[in-house]
Design a protein around this ligand. Structure first.
Ligand code: ADP
Ligand code: MG
Length: 746
């Protein structure tokens, strides 16, 4: 049975319009169109106060034209409005000044001279586009345009424009918000009133939610603010219900998985390790360890997230968990996001274990085990040994990168997988692990220094338990951070280099971090673990490329000519990377210019200062993570965030936030708030429609809780959703679309 929602748009609209929808927005069916909700609503006659606009906003404004000029971009000569048609194929700039009655806003249209005669002074129009700044004047660059007091309008058009609210849709220059509005209305008018609703009737009544047909009218063509608010509420619930149903089904599956219980053994490796530990565990560490031991003793796989500030001591917790599993006869692997980190972890663990890691070697402790390392750059012989040790069980602990999972690596008895610095650990990856450990699934512990709010954890990781380390071990020094606006205050940047010199004179060391390797390397961004930018952080096309290690090295060769400066990045051969890092660790290098290879895990307590170049090119949590590399010893840390941005812009505000607090939770909240929902959930920006359009996992906590409850009760009696065919088909299409990738990967 085909419902109205699955019908093709071309049955309702003209073939040409339907084609445009498909091409521009990927919308082909009635259901897809009706779930392309307005971004916001414009109340009739209300001009937008321009002083609320901020650079970087996607804004739709209603304004009145004051002045319009067209110039040739080649000769800069002004073109009379009567001549503009002749200029259609040449380079022109049309500048329009519009007003909200108090302030002016400038619009710049490139190569669209024909607009000028339509935008005569006095005309009111809608304009939408990104707010930018050009020589200190707020601008919309080539915005979408809809003239409101056009003369020859059809009757339908006059009626449409007379509505109390105008829906404003996510639109493009090829498909205006007005066309979308008209199409939606056409479709709604032809729609059957009895639509199949994914929300069961009973729930609609209990939660006092609008039915589907009603809600669609109210969200697209509201008569009042209450109309669209009620409708949004209903669609938010719908989104939450679909998502929570998927998670409930998934929980049902994982609940049925089996794991080998690994109860703690009293006098084994772990006890010996504890006796040698040079410090006392913090209370938090001890507590979290107990939670983990309890999980490990159960016959179902643990799936736990351990979050804690940089330097909060997650590694010891992980190591104790691994040792406990080794004591119980199993093996553990530790997966790192990059080779550099895997190597570093291997060193750290080996060092912490001392002779407890020297099984079979002269001087090894009685109960010792081995810590293996498996990375891509390993030589053939070393690799073979490591593989053998994993397969025979001689290596109780194996450290490697994620590639380790895809490999042919076999384990004698894999009991625990620890994943470092990563939120995502997918269903597929877990499946890959199960194959490495027979019918049983290993226990999984995921560690991250980027904490996530509870609702996000609940949404994204349906079946994940969360432990948090909140205190830092004693003896850590505070980090002081400042933003350096290099463009506005070049003297501050000079001062920054002086500070570096002063620190070195005091016997400390410094990092200079750059977002890119060098001019000679075209796609530095491909480098594993480097140059990871959030979507909103993508450099604008016209902006200069991010500053590189090579450039900075050249500049500093002069400025810091008397210091020992070296560079480090992912393209250096492995031995060279190691050599540079060891020299830095040994204090033989004063200043290390590096990419984000140093982001996680690097531990040089004598490094006191970090200068981050083009800091605005990094995400908030990445900056926080980077900053965690200094202030690791008893030396107070200093972090300077250098940027060319203007103080006052939105992105500058993010840097200010990073400078003003070292509370990772606070930063994570700010980070998430400034991102779009899709990014919060880690959806790849594939251009596909997200199944979460109105729901915010940060704001809509209550809705998510209720939906989760409803989903659980549905799935517990009807896991296949046989009695809920519409919900079932929503779940299926959510799973089919790439947009739920975030669910798959957790
Ligand atoms: P994280 O991985 O959470 O960033 P680490 O595990 O690398 O933190 O710990 C940071 C440093 O603190 C390491 O040098 C570690 O040995 C040390 N450390 C861990 N726990 C304690 C503790 N309870 N007391 C003192 N130092 C500790
Ligand atoms: Mg760590």
């Amino acid at each position: 049975m085909k419902s109205d929602m699955d019908r093709k748009l071309r049955d309702f609209l003209g073939a040409k319009t339907a084609k445009t929808f498909a091409e521009v927005l990927g919308i082909e069916t009635v259901g897809e169109l009706l779930r392309h909700y307005p971004r916001r609503y414009l109340k009739k006659g209300e001009l937008t106060p321009f002083d609320e606009l901020e650079v970087g906003d996607q804004a739709t404004v209603m304004g009145q034209v004051k002045k319009v000029t067209v110039r040739s971009l080649d000769t800069k000569a002004e073109i009379p409005l009567t001549d503009v048609q002749k200029w259609a194929r040449r380079k022109t700039l049309t500048k329009v000044v519009v007003t909200d009655g108090r302030r002016d806003l400038e619009l710049a249209f490139f190569n669209q001279p024909w607009l000028a005669p339509k935008l005569r002074p006095g005309t009111s129009a809608l304009f939408w586009g990104e707010v930018t700044r050009f020589r200190d004047i707020m601008q919309l660059k080539s915005p979408g345009t809809e003239i409101l007091d056009d003369e020859d309008l059809s009757e339908a058009e006059i009626e449409r424009r007379a509505r109390p609210f105008r829906p404003l849709y996510p639109a493009t220059s090829k498909l205006s918000t007005a066309t979308i509005e008209r199409s939606v209305k056409l479709v709604l008018e032809q729609l059957d009133e009895n639509l199949d609703d994914p929300i069961p009737e009973l729930i609609l009544r209990k939660e006092r939610l609008l039915g589907l047909h009603r809600a669609l009218w109210q969200i697209h063509l509201p008569d009042s603010e209450k109309d669209y608010r009620d409708a949004q509420q209903r669609f938010r619930f719908e989104e939450a219900l679909v998502m929570q149903t998927i998670l409930a089904q998934r929980r049902a599956v994982t609940d049925a998985l089996k794991a080998v219980p690994r109860p703690r053994i009293e006098d084994g490796l772990l006890s010996e390790f504890d006796e040698r530990l040079p410090f006392k565990l913090t209370e938090g560490q001890a507590e979290v360890c107990e939670e983990i031991f309890a999980d490990l003793a159960r016959p179902h796989p643990m799936h736990r997230l351990l979050q804690g500030e940089v330097g909060s001591g997650k590694t010891v917790v992980a190591l104790r968990a691994m040792l406990s599993v080794v004591d119980a006869g199993g093996q553990a692997v530790l997966l790192a996001p990059t080779e550099v980190l895997a190597t570093q972890h291997h060193k750290t663990l080996t060092k912490m274990l001392g002779d407890l890691a020297e099984q079979g070697m002269l001087g090894g402790a009685d109960r010792a085990t081995r810590v293996g390392l498996l990375t891509g750059s390993l030589g053939a012989a070393a690799r073979r040994t490591a593989m053998l040790d994993a397969a025979s069980g001689a290596a109780g602990i194996v450290v490697g990168t994620h590639a380790l999972l895809e490999d042919k690596v076999q384990f004698a008895d894999l009991g625990l997988v620890v994943v470092d610095e990563q939120h995502r650990f997918g269903v597929e990856q877990r499946a890959a692990l199960s194959q490495k450990s027979g019918d049983n699934t290993p226990h999984v512990l995921v560690m991250t220094a980027t904490p996530i709010p509870r609702t996000v954890a609940m949404t994204v990781f349906g079946d994940l338990s969360v432990s948090t380390l909140t205190e830092l071990p004693a003896g850590r020094s505070p980090i002081q951070s400042s933003v350096v606006p290099a463009q506005e205050r070049p003297d501050w940047l000079k001062r920054a280099w002086e500070r570096v010199r002063e620190e070195v004179r005091k016997g400390h060391q410094a990092y200079v971090v750059c977002p890119r390797i060098g001019d000679d390397v075209k796609n530095a961004g491909d480098e594993e673990g480097e140059f990871v930018l959030g979507e909103e952080d993508q450099p604008k096309k016209q902006a200069r490329p991010p500053i590189s290690v090579v450039q900075v090295a050249e500049a500093l060769a002069e400025i810091l000519h008397d210091l020992r400066v070296e560079i480090l990045h992912g393209r250096l051969p492995a031995e060279e990377k190691d050599a540079v890092m060891s020299r830095f660790a040994a204090g033989e290098v004063d200043v290390l210019i590096a990419t984000t290879v140093i982001e996680v895990g690097v531990d040089v307590p004598n490094a006191s200062t970090m200068v981050i170049m083009d800091a605005d090119r990094f995400g908030i949590s990445q900056l926080h993570q980077l900053r965690g590399r200094v202030g690791r010893g008893r030396v107070p840390g200093l972090c300077l965030l250098v940027t060319d941005l203007w103080p006052g812009s939105k992105s500058y505000g993010r840097l200010d936030a990073v400078a003003s607090t070292t509370d990772g939770f606070e930063l994570s909240r700010i980070d998430l708030e400034t991102r779009r929902e899709g990014d919060v959930l880690g959806v790849a920006q594939s251009g596909k429609r997200s199944s979460l359009k109105l729901l915010s996992v940060l704001r809509d906590e209550e809705i998510i809780f209720t939906a989760r409850h409803v989903a659980n009760s549905i799935v517990s009696v009807d896991a296949e959703l046989a009695g809920y065919p519409t919900l079932r088909s929503f779940v299926r299409s959510a799973l089919e679309s790439e947009s739920t990738e975030y669910l798959e990967k957790t």
